[in-house]
Write a protein that binds this ligand. Structure first.
Ligand code: TRP
Length: 348
């Protein structure tokens, strides 16, 4: 039986961090390793330029960094196809046709695009058309590979919804041509949206509040030490709040019963630890020490693999090159089908 297809990926604008790991990468690796799917990972450099037009060097550099991050967490080029978006021009071609199927008003309602535009200083003088329409380009990325499953962070769900509407509209106008995709977000609700280490609801490189996959053990320990917790929990005896407390949100996302057995056996699991903190009598230093052990255990093997891979950038480029050739072949098949459906097939 033909395997169901997964398409997922990131914009290469900075190294990936534990927010990406919890929200998307962990799922991605588990799905790859289940061998039930065929996985494509897009390094969305063209999309990265939609809000970094004046920073081509940054995007270029991060193509390698984001690829390293993906390989370090466990993307296996033998099992998955990892490729560069701009080197698959078929994606641009599809996006051009899909633009006819989306209204300006619909794009204006996309909540992720809306909040990104509001946040960006550099868009004060006006939003670039390319940025405004990137959900359409993302629909091209997804449909070009006939992807039925798109494992992403929660913030990307509006893109999947727009893609579904484009697929629906395309298929109803031109006949059943495109595969209807479905977004998949983590089951663990804490993992869907990790706050920054400073307590900011959003974790981001530009906010300087991330723990990166490539961070050294010392940097991770230092970051966790300074992490924001409950500001009302001044003495150990005081009752603490676990809600909106990043230390507890991270533990909820990452700490398994095995971590408790190994590092904090007085507690069976997250629920017991959280209950003690809320009752009072449990200090932040002890909880942070545990969080540090958990994060170090997760990130240590990733960092080691990353350091290993980093030594041979040519090998990484070779993986991308091979992946891109394969991705291009597949996208070309879809473009041919799309053009035929749209009566744009001429010289056969
Ligand atoms: N928008 C995604 C991000 O910001 C990157 C991306 C581009 C993507 N095309 C995609 C994600 C297709 C999933 C599917 O990281």
């Amino acid at each position: 039986m033909k395997k169901e297809i997964i398409l997922t990926g990131e914009r290469p604008t900075g190294s990936l961090h534990i927010g990406h790991y919890a929200g998307a990468l962990q799922n991605r690796i588990a799905m790859q390793n289940s061998n039930r799917f065929e996985t494509f990972v897009i390094i969305a450099d063209a999309q990265a330029l939609t809000d970094n037009a004046e920073n081509p060097d940054k995007v270029r550099e991060n193509v390698l960094q984001v690829t390293l991050d993906n390989l370090a967490v466990g993307i296996d080029p033998e099992k998955s196809t990892i490729f560069i978006q701009s080197a698959v021009p078929e994606l641009t071609e599809l996006a051009f046709y899909y633009q006819n199927l989306v209204t300006v008003a619909r794009l204006q309602r996309n909540p992720t695009v809306k909040s990104e535009i509001a946040q960006k200083e550099r868009f004060r003088g006006g939003t670039p058309v390319g940025f405004f329409t990137y959900p359409i380009s993302q629909a091209a990325d997804i449909t070009a590979f006939d992807a039925g499953i798109v494992p992403v962070g929660e913030d990307q769900m509006p893109m999947i919804e727009q893609t579904q509407e484009i697929v629906q509209k395309f298929n109803s106008l031109y006949g059943k041509t495109l595969v209807m995709p479905k977004g998949v977000i983590p089951e663990n609700t804490a993992a869907r949206r990790l706050p920054g280490i400073d307590g900011n609801a959003k974790m981001g490189k530009s906010l300087n509040n991330t723990i990166n996959l490539g961070d050294s053990a010392d940097i991770i320990a230092a970051k966790i030490k300074t992490m924001y917790t409950d500001p009302l929990h001044l003495c150990i005896e005081d009752p603490g709040h676990t809600e909106n407390n990043p230390v507890f949100q991270y533990l909820m996302a990452f700490a398994t019963p095995e971590h408790f057995t190994a590092f904090l056996p007085e507690y069976k699991d997250y629920a017991e630890l959280a209950a003690h903190y809320e009752r009072g009598g449990l200090g932040d230093v002890k909880v942070k020490k545990f969080l540090n052990e958990v994060i170090q255990e997760i990130l240590c093997p990733i960092r080691k693999r990353r350091e290993q891979l980093e030594r041979d950038p040519n090998a990484i480029m070779e993986i991308l090159h091979k992946g891109t050739i394969k991705a291009r072949e597949r996208a070309a098949v879809t473009v041919a089908r799309v053009k035929k459906a749209m009566k744009l097939e001429y010289f056969v």
